[in-house]
Design a protein around this ligand. Structure first.
Ligand SMILES: Nc1nc2c(ncn2[C@@H]2O[C@H](COP(=O)(O)OP(=O)(O)OP(=O)(O)O)[C@@H](O)[C@H]2O)c(=O)[nH]1
Ligand SMILES: [Mg+2]
Length: 655
């Protein structure tokens, strides 16, 4: 079954509500005040099966003062039914509603010439001609124009047929999309609690789903679903949906909120977008102009920051400079009929996705002046003259996920991008992300920082980080040729200060895999690095080693041995690091032993096992030529650690 949403549009009193009633039998005016005044104030709903397609009607008010309500119903339309009264023809809100539908990219629709019973044939044809003229060159150019009378019923069947034809050409909506329900009403039903309604614009919602009210971030669950007024267990894109939310207070939701899967989408206070100004807009939009921004069912105030890519860069001389300046001044505003890349700074947060359409109205007087499409719902703050940002945004415009993903990853730079960030910024499902990611990984444009959870970094950012690591290590080796390497922590701080730790680990792992960097437990060095010793240093190193060797078990501290060998303590420390790394000496507690001495000890202890598998401290002291307790105990503990002995009470078992 197809689900199709039809919106009415047109001037006040032209017969929209009467026509919906003639078609469906349902009076969409539900408010008392509407019935009293005979006008529609807020959006109303009706539905009708035509063939095997389910048509949901959104009836909007025509009154100039209620265009903001009309806008809450104008998103998510498959078809528009533009209502023009034959006796009045095209009027101001015919134009405004029509502009809104064009700006929202409603794909198709029809024109109903209503009140045909009130005019003669000649006037009807005149109205038809005027309407044809009016829609020429627009998305309704070849749309059916059908004369109807809600009073006599003439033309209503023909209209149904036309709707059926148009409906058959509408693509079935994909359900493998992240569901979004822009909320147009929220109310409370005794015994049930809070109910929200809206047109489900994407995906599928079912009973029990964990959902979130955005931008407030209220996490809740779908308790019950009604579709077109009937209980059901799920709702599909293109259906008028009412949802009973579990444990949510009425003051936590309102028109303008969005219902989406919990944790999937983010609230945002800035969006990058393309903004088109209507040719009929009364004046240009200037830099930082304050406008009314309508998106989904939300209306928020926004500042328009026009992003200029051709800023004056560097030294430009004389007339060249003047020319650039004038051009920039011109670029600093959007003229009627023109279109620019903008960043909209919102005064209250919303939740949006790339490809979402929106409408912009002037602050005062409240008239529709333009609209456009969201390109990046979660951008960084851009400066007015930002050629780099502009370049990114232009690459994102109209891009498929496979095209936009590498751009988003590149924009995130060294911060890299996680699966959940990708999901919130693109609105893609996990499967879609996986497919796009696999392709990108295969051609090497992005690299995985981690695969599960997925974190992606661009090749350029990886290379730049890798280069900085290499440079940092080279610099360290140059400054301290005797040092074996730089501590991991220092490298992390110097190069990866601002980014998440897994990126540091991934870059180092990759560099060591590639053989560029040798990663020790505590330190990092270039794989090619060999500590460089001058002749004199080498002699000192040998003297130091000899001193360690001759002290045998009567080991001293590094300072003592260094002074015995006549090596300055600064140099001794560096040489000691080298000797340790080369495993010529071993530090045990405060003392340093030569490796020969330790090896000798190990074999003597092992041999001893044949005589007696147990030794105590006294025997051990004897074996080592009368070692003092301060040497013996650390050595025994060392042997325990090396699994040569094991402590059993006051004795050691030789293993
Ligand atoms: N004679 C005649 N009167 C009609 C017809 N359709 C609507 N009307 C009358 O026109 C008036 C306005 O009709 P509505 O359907 O409320 O007009 P609307 O476009 O919904 O008005 P708003 O919602 O306020 O913008 C009512 O008094 C209707 O009875 C028609 O086909 N013929
Ligand atoms: Mg009405």
């Amino acid at each position: 079954m197809k689900h199709i949403i039809v919106g009415t549009a047109g001037h006040i009193d032209h017969g929209k509500t009467a026509l919906v009633k003639a078609l469906t039998g349902i009076d969409a005016d539900r408010l008392k005040e509407e019935k009293q005044r005979g006008i529609t104030i807020d959006i109303g709903f009706a539905d009708l099966m035509i063939g095997d397609s389910q048509f949901g009607f959104v009836d909007v008010p025509g009154h100039e003062r209620f265009v903001k309500n009309m806008l809450a119903g104008a998103h998510g339309l498959d078809l528009v039914m533009l209502v023009v009264a034959a006796d009045e023809s095209v009027m101001p809100q015919t134009r405004e509603h029509f502009d809104i539908c064009s700006l929202l990219h409603v794909k198709s629709g029809l024109i109903a010439l209503t009140k045909s019973d009130l005019v003669d044939e000649e006037l009807l044809e005149l109205a038809r001609a005027e309407v044809e003229d009016f829609v020429a060159g627009s998305f309704l150019e070849s749309a059916p124009i059908i004369a109807v009378s809600s009073r006599t019923g003439s033309g209503v069947e023909e209209l149904k047929q036309a709707l059926r034809n148009l409906g058959s050409r509408i693509e079935t909506k994909q359900t493998d999309a992240v569901p979004r329900l822009p909320i147009d009403r929220a109310f409370s039903i005794r015994g049930f609690g809070t109910v929200v309604t809206g047109t489900l614009v994407a995906g599928e919602l079912k009973q029990g789903d964990d959902v979130e009210v955005l931008p407030a971030g209220v996490k809740t669950r779908v308790r019950n679903i009604q579709v077109h007024g009937h209980d059901g267990d799920r709702a599909f894109a293109g259906q008028r949906t009412a949802i009973n939310l579990q444990g949510v207070n009425l003051d936590q939701v309102e028109r303008g909120s969005l219902l989406a899967p919990a944790g999937r989408l983010h609230a945002t206070s800035m969006v990058d977008a393309r903004l088109d100004l209507l040719p009929t807009a009364p004046r240009p939009i200037t830099q930082r102009a304050r406008v009314r921004f309508h998106h989904g069912t939300a209306e928020v105030m926004a500042r328009v920051v026009i992003i200029e890519g051709s800023g004056v860069r560097g030294q430009v001389s004389g007339s060249e400079n003047e020319k650039l300046k004038t051009r920039n001044q011109e670029r600093g505003s959007i003229h009627p009929g023109a279109s620019e890349i903008v960043q909209l700074r919102l005064e209250q947060p919303i939740s949006a996705l790339p490809g979402d359409r929106f409408i912009v109205r002037s602050y005062s007087p409240q008239v529709t002046i333009g609209g456009g499409v969201i390109i990046d719902p979660l951008p960084q703050k851009h400066r007015i003259k930002d050629a780099i940002a502009l370049n990114y945004i232009e690459r994102l415009e109209g891009a498929t996920l496979a095209e936009s993903l590498p751009v988003f990853v590149a924009m995130s730079g060294a911060r890299a991008m996680s699966q959940s960030e990708i999901a919130a910024r693109t609105g893609a499902t996990d499967e879609q992300i996986e497919r796009a990611t696999n392709k990108l990984l295969a051609d090497g444009r992005v690299l995985p920082v981690t695969k599960s959870p997925l974190v992606l970094i661009s090749r350029e950012s990886y290379q730049s980080l890798a280069k900085q690591v290499i440079e940092t290590l080279s610099e360290h080796h140059r400054r301290e040729p005797l040092s074996l390497g730089l501590s991991r922590e220092e490298v992390r701080e110097q190069v990866f200060g601002q980014v998440r730790p897994e990126i540091f680990r991934a870059v180092i792992a990759r560099l060591s895999e590639e053989g560029a960097v040798a990663a020790e437990r505590e330190s990092l060095r270039l794989a090619s690095h060999r500590p460089a010793l001058t002749g004199a240093d080498d002699a000192s190193k040998q003297a130091l080693e000899a001193a360690f060797k001759s002290s045998g078990f009567q080991a001293g501290t590094l300072e003592e041995i260094a002074s015995a060998a006549g090596v300055k303590s600064d140099l001794a420390r560096k040489l000691f690091t080298l000797l340790t790394a080369e495993r010529r000496v071993v530090r045990i507690g405060d003392f340093v032993f030569h490796v020969d001495c330790i090896n000798d000890l190990k074999s003597r202890v092992r041999e001893r096992k044949q005589i007696n598998p147990r030794i105590d401290v006294a025997v051990f002291k004897e074996m080592t030529g009368g070692l003092s307790r301060k040497h013996a105990i650390p050595l025994l503990e060392f042997l325990d650690r090396e699994h040569i002995t094991r402590r059993v009470g006051n004795e050691r078992e030789i293993l």
